[in-house]
Design a protein around this ligand. Sequence first.
Ligand code: CAA
Length: 290
Amino acid sequence: MGAQKIQKICIVGAGNMGHQIACSAALAGFEVKCTDVNEEVLQKAEQFVTTYLPERVAKGKLQQAQADAARKNLTFTRDLAEAAGDADLVIEAVIEKLEIKRTLFAELDRICPPHTILTTNSSYIVSSKIADVTKRPEKVCNLHFFNPALVMKLVEVVKGPHTSEETAQALMDICVSMGKTPVLLKQEIYGFLVNRMLTAIKNESIYLLDMGIAGHEEIDTAVTLALGHPMGPFRLMDLTGIDLTYIVGLERYQETGDPIYRPSPTIAEKFVKKEWGRKTGKGFYEYPQK
Ligand code: CAA
């Protein structure tokens, strides 16, 4: 299926990434259905959109008609079959657990029409670990957005050995239609481009912190002012979730045995204390809940 024929997009997983991808797609004019097994997560996602769109209008960033059209384009449902049954493209953004994704893709393969492209927004799991549960491996691919997805322009399109050229091209085109800038990775690699670089910076920053060389604020200031990053590594971990830093690091360490991935005591302690960053009100910094 070519990008020009993609009109209906289903987002599975209405969490932080999922609902912002859904909103981006709806703003770009696609008909979007967003689904999640968790009613509370789904309600929060809908609440976000209901507040976000009028706020953009009030800020002068969006016209009322655009906001109304986006809201009309976007529906929320707990029913996976209803959400994915007529989709041209599915973007999965559920928890980073391989078995959950494999089960979900097998179900999507049963539910979706034969032409539907199935993608995962996973930050680390390559689609070749998932594609074999479907009868359409050539239509399975990684499509990786960045947090916050409504703001960040980049999308990594990671072509697996099973992914057809046509699918990869359709995804590159669809990203452009969504106002994003895609980059194509011709081969799968753990962490893709951006998370590989981020992991290196994060690891070094945590090492410097744990060694007592500098505090997290000083390190953030250094990275922001000297390297020109919009936020330092500790603020960024607070944004993306320290729970994720811990879980992904631990899983990779268990998989490879490479100590570079072993979560540091600082990260492990924050994980246990539920100091996960913005989502829990405290991480390296504090975030008074509204
Ligand atoms: N959701 C939606 N929009 C947001 C937002 C959010 N969480 N946070 C900020 N924005 C919007 C604001 O509304 C504002 O929009 P306008 O200018 O159009 O009005 C704009 O972003 C700037 O916001 P602020 O002025 O409040 O703050 P800022 O200038 O400090 O920008 C930021 C905030 C966009 C998050 C910026 O600091 C930034 O780009 N940080 C780096 C983010 C980053 O590196 N992301 C990649 C993370 S790694 C990842 O995502 C990997 C993965 O696998 C998940």
